[in-house]
Design a protein around this ligand. Structure first.
Ligand code: SAM
Ligand code: SF4
Length: 458
């Protein structure tokens, strides 16, 4: 119990929501000004922002978030795809299509099927995947999970390979996390789902029902040496103001304890799923979701933010402007979903477009699609990454790496329409590389890619 209250103090969070319930324009403008210094915000500041409904002020929050996003992440938007490996699950999470009491047929990929799915994803243009598993120690023990990882890293097609694997598996112990670390994962993601303990306990049964196990999992991962950690909330389960303050509290706690904050936040909203009937008294509207994203951008500027295909193309487009730095595209949410096989899905997605179509919208927004995986391969993770990111020392390298990976995409996968449009975005982006040496080297490497070189990065 004591451990939990170090991470989130329910009483404190409720009293902040109460205390900040009547923000004046002056308070909000001062907080926005503070946020633009990119040093983050205190919980009380965030409380005031969350309690703002005035359309003009919310507009100003969005503007500041867009500015911070541009200053830190530039025009880049990183792409990835989820790969569902197994729908076997011993838990009965009431919101999820894989919940144990759903009588649907379960599927676990064989290593041959993992290879097939990976080849399909490589041939769609992806370079980074997020692996998804239900929790089932009998069917999918940690050694199976690391075999899957090994198989994917070894899979190649004439269009390339997957270069970074992020993993979303159930909370586990230090020993298992050490095995994930040794298997060379990128980020370990685990969502708290809801930080409100009574709601958490109501919605879960099985080993995941332990609120403490879920909340302390990231500490175990850090102890095992994994220093890129992803946090998230499943919005809709409880009051979003409480969830956002708790998420930031958790991030502050990790930063204080391990000197490294989370690498990413995910902001999934609950979506309909097979055999799930859920009352959603805390449904989060599109406007509220966008406000959450903008506030998180102000509150923790250096933490990447992920939006998935749970959201519609229109919502995603708006979200990219105000804070999102990573997005999935053309996702399937069932094991084997990228092939012809039809298996149960975890939930339904709202954006079903192909990768090239998503890229087209992103290019029309003037953004640069990036398939970069350089940092983790160069050891720029955890504290090393933040030490470079915070003083702005990595920005020009990220832009250059983004350009190089997008050039590969244009050469190998893009439609004619995107090739033309993409070249324009590359030219605009090159103008933004102010460091002469990096600019000259980037131009040289772009030529090498045109001549057939691949996987070159800073
Ligand atoms: N089974 C592991 C776990 O629960 O931690 C791995 C992650 S699960 C495959 C990925 C995430 O999907 C969950 O953490 C949850 O937030 C989200 N999810 C589950 N059901 C959902 C639904 N109906 N709509 C949207 N997201 C959902
Ligand atoms: Fe299983 Fe994860 Fe779905 Fe819960 S959210 S039922 S643990 S797959």
């Amino acid at each position: 119990m004591e451990k939990i209250s170090k991470i989130i103090n329910e009483q404190k969070i409720c009293s902040i929501i109460e205390k900040t319930s009547k923000p004046t324009p002056e308070i909000i403008l001062n907080i926005i000004k503070k946020a633009t210094q990119k040093r983050g915000l205190e919980l009380e500041d965030i409380g005031y922002l969350l309690n703002t409904d005035d359309a003009d002020l919310v507009g100003k929050i969005f503007q500041a978030a867009a500015q911070i996003k541009m200053e830190i992440y530039g025009e880049r938007l990183v792409f990835f795809a989820p790969l569902y490996v197994s729908s076997f699950c011993v838990n009965d999470c009431k919101y999820c299509g894989f919940h144990n009491s759903n009588p649907t047929k379960r599927k676990k990929l064989t290593l041959e099927e993992v290879e097939e799915q990976t080849k399909i994803l490589i041939n769609m243009g992806h370079k980074r995947l997020l692996l998804e598993f239900g929790e089932d120690p009998q069917n999918t023990p940690i050694d199976y999970i690391t075999d899957v990882i090994k198989t994917i890293y070894q899979t190649k097609t004439d269009k390339g390979e997957i270069r970074r694997l992020n993993v979303n598996i159930a909370a586990t112990n230090v020993e298992d996390y050490q095995k994930l670390k040794a298997a060379n994962i990128g980020t370990y993601q685990l969502f708290q789902e809801t930080y409100h303990k009574p709601t958490y306990e109501k919605l879960h049964s099985g080993p995941k029902a332990s609120f403490e196990r879920q909340l302390l999992a990231h500490d175990n991962a850090f102890e095992a040496g994994i220093d890129d950690i992803g946090l998230g909330v499943l919005f809709g389960l409880y009051d979003y103001k409480f969830e956002v303050l708790s998420l930031i509290s958790h991030a502050h706690y990790l930063e204080k304890k391990h000197q490294i904050g989370p690498h990413t936040f995910s902001v999934p909203r609950w979506q309909p799923a097979e055999s799930v009937e859920l009352d959603l008294p805390h449904y989060v509207s599109e406007d509220e979701l966008l406000k959450i994203i903008a506030i998180l951008r102000l509150a923790v500027p250096y933490t990447g933010m992920i939006i998935s295909t749970r959201e519609s193309a229109e919502t995603r487009e708006k979200a990219f402007k105000i804070g999102i730095s990573q997005t999935s595209a053309a996702s399937r949410t069932s094991p084997g979903g990228y092939g012809k096989e039809k298996n149960a899905t975890q939930f339904s997605v709202a954006d079903n477009r192909q990768v090239d179509e998503v890229i087209n919208t992103v290019l029309n927004q003037g953004l640069l699609p990036s398939f970069c995986t350089a940092c983790y391969r160069k050891g720029r993770t955890g504290k090393n990454f933040m030490d470079l990111a915070k003083p702005g020392k990595i920005h020009h390298l990220c832009r250059a790496n983004g350009l190089l990976t997008f050039k590969e995409y244009l050469e190998d996968f893009a439609s004619e329409k995107n090739k033309k449009q993409g070249q324009k975005v590359i030219d605009q982006s090159l103008v933004n590389i102010t460091d002469k040496d990096t600019l000259q080297k980037t131009k040289q490497k772009l030529k090498e890619i045109e001549q057939g070189s691949r996987d070159i990065y800073f």
